[in-house]
Each structure stands twice: as structure tokens, then as C-alpha cells.
Design a binder for this molecule. Structure first.
Ligand SMILES: Cc1cc2nc3c(=O)[nH]c(=O)nc-3n(C[C@H](O)[C@H](O)[C@H](O)COP(=O)(O)O)c2cc1C
Length: 189
């Protein structure tokens, strides 16, 4: 298997935090990485809300799915990634702003990992609540919620969360997803 950049290889979405708040300059670096993501026609159809105060943490936690409530409330910093569907027009019936958001999210993840943090994207939340709780105007949509912090240990975690954390990292095999010259055709570089 080819070697890849260590920050890509080492990045993991952890579900535990050591309680130490990330330094403001590290949060700023993650935001800057988010801001510099590529987007179609450079339209940058993204916004981000950083959740810091105890009161805003409560509004954030109220949006989480049951399974994310098992671990994400402990994160010292939380983020809400927003997308503007009209700042990036649809093409081929596809909502392309979501692709742009995905790239900005990956920048955020990778920069966080490079600084020793874990940044964990979440799809399990209630969008209506997130929009209302953070006074987000229309037509913005929520793309993802994030839990950010320094990784901790498995001590005291919900047993279901421990099980997820102990599962070995897994990916589809190259043969399942890499094709050469035609769809489905196996090969090698
Ligand atoms: C868009 C997105 C949404 C996700 N939603 C959740 C979630 O709601 N809850 C959760 O525990 N993990 C969530 N994850 C984390 C994935 O489960 C994780 O990325 C995947 O298992 C691969 O593990 P790794 O990130 O440690 O490589 C999400 C990841 C992404 C990229």
C-alpha cells in the first residue's frame, strides 16, 4: 500500500476528550484552514459558528441525536457548519454547495489533527433545532456539527461508545473502489 501523509493517516474521529480546552490560536488555525478550502467558482458557500460559552454549549447539546449525546457533550469546543444552497447553484440536479462544505470540513479536520486535536464531524442532530437555537437565517442549512478537543481516554465512557472506539479502523479495499480505464475494471498504477 502506498504511504500517505502522516496527518492523513493519523487522523481519527475520537469520542473522548481530556478536558483541556484547545488554545485559541489552534481554534483560529482550524478556522483559517476552513476558510482557505477550495470551492467551485470560489463561491465559498460556507459559514461556521464556534460554540464556547456554557450557555451556547447547552443550546448545541439540545440538538444532538441520542447516540451523539452519549459522548459529544464533553467536547470543550463545538462547531456548527452552515451552507448557503443559493451561493453555489445546483448542477446536474446536484446540490453542489454540499461538496464545497465537505472540502472545507476536511480542511478543518486535518488542521485540527495536525495540531494534536481531534475534530469529530457529526450527522446525528436535529436541523430545525440547530437553526432555531443559533438564530440562523434562511436559506442556510446545517451541513455538520463538530466536537473538538484533545483526545482523552476510554475511562468512564458509555459502553456503546467504548465499543465504537475499540473497533479497528476500516476502509473498503482498493479493488472495491479504484477502477482503471472503465467502471469496475480492476488494475494497478
Ligand atoms: C459527515 C460525517 C458525519 C458523521 N456523523 C457522525 C455521527 O453523527 N456520530 C458519530 O459518532 N460519528 C460520526 N462520524 C464519524 C464517522 O463515523 C467516522 O469518520 C468514520 O467511522 C471513520 O472513522 P475515522 O474518522 O476515525 O477515520 C461522521 C463523519 C462524517 C465525515
Amino acid at each position: 500500500m502506498a504511504e500517505i501523509h502522516p496527518v492523513l493517516k493519523n487522523r481519527q474521529s475520537r469520542r473522548h476528550f481530556n478536558g483541556v480546552p484547545p488554545e485559541p490560536e489552534k481554534i483560529e488555525a482550524m478556522l483559517e484552514a476552513f476558510r482557505w478550502a477550495p470551492s467551485s467558482n470560489n463561491r465559498q458557500p460556507w459559514r461556521i459558528i464556534v460554540v464556547r460559552s456554557p450557555e451556547a454549549h447547552k443550546r448545541f447539546d439540545a440538538c444532538l441525536s441520542e447516540t451523539n449525546l452519549q459522548w459529544a457533550t464533553a467536547a470543550p469546543v463545538k462547531m456548527i457548519i452552515l451552507g448557503h444552497p443559493e451561493e453555489q447553484p445546483e448542477r446536474n440536479g446536484q446540490q453542489r454547495y454540499l461538496l464545497d462544505l465537505g472540502l472545507a470540513i476536511e480542511n478543518l479536520l486535518i488542521q485540527g489533527c495536525a495540531l494534536g486535536l481531534t475534530a469529530h464531524a457529526m450527522a446525528g442532530w436535529d436541523e430545525e433545532k440547530a437553526l432555531a437555537n443559533f438564530h440562523v437565517p434562511k436559506p442556510f442549512r446545517v451541513g455538520a456539527l463538530f466536537a473538538v478537543g484533545y483526545p482523552g481516554t476510554l475511562d468512564g465512557l458509555h459502553p456503546e461508545v467504548v465499543k465504537k472506539e475499540q473497533a479497528p479502523p476500516a476502509r473498503k479495499s482498493p479493488d472495491e473502489i479504484f477502477f482503471w480505464d472503465d467502471f469496475g475494471q480492476k488494475g494497478k498504477a
